[in-house]
Design a protein around this ligand. Sequence first.
Ligand SMILES: [Fe+2]
Length: 267
Amino acid sequence: MTVLPGLGLRPPHYQEVIQTSPKIGWFEIITENFLFSHGNARKVLRKIREQYPIVSHGVSLNIGSMDETDYAFLGTLKEFVDEFEFEWVSDHLCWTGIGGQNSHDLLPVPYTEESLDHCEKKIQQAQEFLKRVLVIENPSSYLEFSENSFSEKEFLIKLQQRTGCKLLLDVNNVYVSAFNHKYDAKDFISSLASDSIQQIHLAGHSNNGDHIIDTHDDFVIDEVWKLYEFTLKEHGLISSMIEWDANIPSFDTLVSEYKKMESILFK
Ligand SMILES: [Fe+2]
C-alpha cells in the first residue's frame, strides 16, 4: 500500500462510511470486533473492504504471556486475515492474560533477556503460522519492572531485529510512557531504524499531572503533533492513523483530525 493517512474504523461510523464513501486513504479495524462474528459485523466489513484498504489491529495475541501460543486463536485469526486480505496485521508488545483468562488490558512485559527470548519465540511462532510478517506496537505503560536489564527502546529494537517483525510506532504512547518513566521521547524515536517502521498511531490521552493515562478519548495534543512532525523528519513518510476509542466524536470531527494529520504528513 502506498503511504497514506488512515483512520480507526469504529462501530458508530460503520453506516456513515458505507453510505457516504468518505475520502479516507485506509481504515484500521480492531480485529476482535469482527473475529468471532460471522453475522452483521462481517457483512459490514465486507462492504467497507470493497472500497478501502484495511489494516487489522489486534489486542489478543498475548505475546508477553507465559501461556503457550494459542494455535486455536491463531487458526481463527489466519482464516480472518486470509479472507479479507488485510494490508498488514498488527498487535502489541504486551501480555493480556494468563491461564486462558483475558484481562482485556495491555499489560507491560519485563525488559529482560528471558522475556526477550520468550517474546521472540511467540512472535516467530505466530509469524510462521500466519505466513506473514507481524507489525508490533509499543504500548503505553504506567509501571516498570525493577528486574529490567534493557530500556524499552533497546528491548523493542532487539525484538524487531531478532524476529524480522515490523513496528507500529505509536507516537502518543511514546509521549505517554516517556512522561510516566521520565525518558526522552525524541531519543526513543530516533533510535528506531526507519525501515523497521510500518505504521504510526496518533491518539489523545488524559494528563493527571504526575502521570498520563492513554485514554484515546480526545483530540491529539499539540506536543504529540510536534513529536509526530519530528518522527516524519527523522524517518520519512510513514502510513499514519488516528485512534479514538472512547467518547467517540462525530465522523466529521474525526475527519478534521485526519486532515490535520494529512497536512503534516505531506508537508
Ligand atoms: Fe496505538
